[in-house]
Design a protein around this ligand. Structure first.
Ligand code: BTN
Length: 264
């Protein structure tokens, strides 16, 4: 079945996430479109999907490679009743939803790397970029959850700079994957875990996240702008920060940066 608006609508009708879809052949960034729609009052669960992006956005102002015809680029509008400081829980919940999804195809080989990378056999296959609007400190207006999954892109299709650190589902599985099936399962998984988060809190999601992460107990370095922090990973807290102990056994919270494991 082709990955097009008609087939997507038929598969997503009546679902809490995806009942209302905006499908585009090409956009600057699905996150930007979703942000505008949310400002205009679009309901929770509205999704924006594009075949390609001309200015796909990554974390820390990076670009997200977004060629047509092979991958998934989608942004979901959520309106959780939470304070902005808890927004990272949504990013981590999304990470678990994607990890569960990709584990169906590559069981035992999917890992989560703080803060928001999903990897297969240590190579990045998915990135998550959440952006939010909050006019008051105690409640977010909405959160945009942007998800990019490298589905059927060939290794040769990656920009040279990423070729050794990125992968696609097809590269890992060895055969073409239906983007239609994948996105339907993705939204189902996210809906399920988002409900768990709202009903039961972050505890069980955090445990699932830690199970997928291969960082706990490892020595890492986290680079953010000009600062480097190093230490042993203990876990994550309820605000999505990475908890490490440095060489003097001082516990530190890290809220942003690129983490690399330096020693197992
Ligand atoms: C990262 O790992 O740096 C995050 C990448 C997020 C990419 C997705 S693709 C769909 C959505 N639209 C964007 O412009 N970015 C996110």
């Amino acid at each position: 079945m082709d990955f097009n608006e008609q087939n997507l609508t038929a598969r997503l009708i009546g679902k809490p996430i995806g009942n209302s879809i905006h499908f585009f052949k090409e956009v600057d960034s699905t996150n930007d479109i979703a942000f505008q729609r949310a400002l205009g009052g679009a309901d929770e669960g509205t999704v924006v999907i594009a075949e390609s992006q001309t200015r796909g956005k990554g974390r820390l102002k990076r670009q997200w490679q977004s060629p047509p015809g092979c991958n998934l680029y989608t942004s979901i509008i959520l309106r959780p009743e939470i304070a902005p400081i808890f927004a990272p829980q949504i990013t981590l919940t999304t990470g678990v939803a994607v990890a569960d999804l990709l584990s169906l195809y590559c069981p035992g080989n999917v890992t989560l790397k703080w803060p928001n990378d999903v990897q297969i056999r240590g190579k990045k296959v998915c990135g998550i970029l959440t952006e939010m609007s909050a006019s008051v400190a105690y409640k977010v207006d909405f959160i945009i959850v942007g998800i990019g999954i490298n589905v059927n892109i060939e290794r040769s299709g990656f920009d040279e700079a990423f070729r050794h650190i990125a992968t696609s589902l097809k590269e890992e599985v060895g055969s073409e994957i239906s983007r239609l099936d994948l996105i339907v399962k993705l939204f189902d998984n996210l809906e399920h875990l988002y409900t768990t988060l709202r009903m039961e809190g972050f505890g069980s999601i955090k445990d699932m996240w830690l199970k997928y992460s291969d960082m706990v107990g490892k020595q890492i370095r986290v680079v953010f702008n000009d600062s480097v922090q190093a230490g042993e990973v203990h876990g994550i807290d309820d605000f999505g920060a990475l908890i490490i102990s440095d060489e003097n056994e001082v516990i530190r919270r890290i809220i942003a940066g690129d983490a690399t494991i330096v020693k197992d």
